[in-house]
Design a binder for this molecule. Structure first.
Ligand SMILES: CC(C)(COP(=O)(O)OP(=O)(O)OC[C@H]1O[C@@H](n2cnc3c(N)ncnc32)[C@H](O)[C@@H]1OP(=O)(O)O)[C@@H](O)C(=O)NCCC(=O)NCCS
Length: 339
């Protein structure tokens, strides 16, 4: 019932059926979240960073012209980043487990030792991964800012409230090439090694990786917006904030990294950059309704700024991990035959 699916070759109708399934899942599990548009979804799935590949599987509904389940796995050096959705009408019948088994087998074939997943709190994904022996590795809280609640006058004051000696700049599509080294250095200054997260979405700490990452985001249909703060006396990048809006889901923006280099903290940079970003998004993305961001702990420096901007905590986003041999043992050959 599971078969490998190549979105680059699939007919449009099949891509649309997969997006229908994703939207049925969103309506069941996260009804306040915006749904996805099939236009550009093929590119969203097929374009990856150099050296990475994505494998996908689907389960067709034997009784109807629709897809019952879809899974994808981004094959990285030491981990497979797995995503899975089963249609609400087709759950608890083993479809999810069968797709997980297909991914675990591929990971084993490719010598990848573990699978990592993000599971959204208060959805069936949590009991599903726990029932399959996944370990809870890391947890973040998602925060959402509804743009209709923003006090734009106050935001204007925040955007201007930056110490002298700093200049805020806005770039659509990515920073200029001449700034790549300084930009990557700013990211490197707060490298989060060792805080326990599974690095399922690695940052770019070198100019070459930054270049590849921007090209990949563009190829996947993700519009990139950057605001950065320059320290004028030294002409270095003192801070940056990154937002991405998928053209397949234009109502919601994803806040990626926001960084203030440690020696430049305490000068209002984080607040000014994020406030400026919201003004730029308002004019560049007229269909945008909200922005989502994630934070790991109550101590995270941007938490206070996010609260001032009006972000509200929403739900837990959990990272789980499982060793591939354990998964194969648990889902096993007998289970495989029956599916
Ligand atoms: C999580 C999901 C993939 C499970 O798919 P499924 O086909 O129902 O899973 P299976 O039938 O293979 O379930 C295997 C085991 O997982 C556990 N499980 C799955 N769903 C569960 C639930 N709702 N409650 C408790 N346990 C559950 C059970 O132990 C189950 O075995 P059992 O049915 O014999 O008791 C599916 O519910 C889904 O797509 N959820 C979407 C969640 C999501 O990502 N939402 C956010 C993005 S929109």
């Amino acid at each position: 019932m599971v078969h490998e699916w190549d979105p680059s070759m699939a007919p449009d109708a099949e891509v649309e059926a997969v997006v229908d399934l994703i939207n049925a899942t969103i309506r069941a599990d996260l009804p306040a979240d915006p749904t996805w548009d099939p236009v550009g979804y093929r590119e969203y799935l097929t374009c990856t960073m150099p050296g990475e590949r994505r494998a996908c599987w689907i389960v067709a509904d034997p009784n109807a012209d629709r897809v019952l389940g879809v899974a994808s796995m981004l094959l990285m050096d030491d981990i497979g980043v797995f995503e899975l959705m089963v249609h609400p009408d087709g759950r608890r019948g083993g479809v999810g487990s069968a797709l997980l088994l297909a991914a675990a087998r591929r990971a084993a074939d490719e010598g990848i030792p573990s699978l990592g997943v993000e599971a959204v709190g208060d959805t069936p994904a949590v009991p599903f991964y726990e029932a399959n022996g996944f370990r809870w590795a890391y947890c973040e809280m998602r925060n959402v800012l509804d743009l209709s609640t923003v006090d734009w006058f106050r935001l204007g004051e925040m955007a201007r409230g930056i110490s002298s000696g700093y200049r805020v700049e806005y770039y659509r599509g990515g920073p200029p090439e001449s700034l790549y080294p300084a930009y990557a250095r700013a990211k490197e200054s707060v490298r989060d090694d060792g805080d326990g997260d599974l690095d399922l979405r690695p940052s770019s700490y070198e100019p070459e990786r930054l270049r590849a990452s921007l090209a990949t985001l563009a190829a996947r249909g993700l519009a990139v917006y950057i605001v950065l703060a320059r320290h004028e006396p030294t002409d270095t990048v003192a801070g940056l904030t990154e937002v991405v809006v998928p053209r397949q889901r234009p109502g919601r923006a994803d806040q990626y990294d926001t960084i203030v280099v440690p020696e430049h903290r305490g000068y209002g940079i984080g607040r000014a950059m994020k406030a400026r970003m919201l003004f730029e998004l308002r004019s560049a993305e007229p269909r945008l309704q909200d922005v989502q961001t994630w934070h790991a702990t109550e101590k995270e420096p941007m938490l206070k700024v996010n609260a001032e901007l009006g972000f509200l905590p929403d739900r837990e986003w959990r990272e789980y991990e499982a060793d591939v041999p354990d998964l194969l043992k648990r889902l096993g050959p007998t289970a495989a035959r029956s599916r």
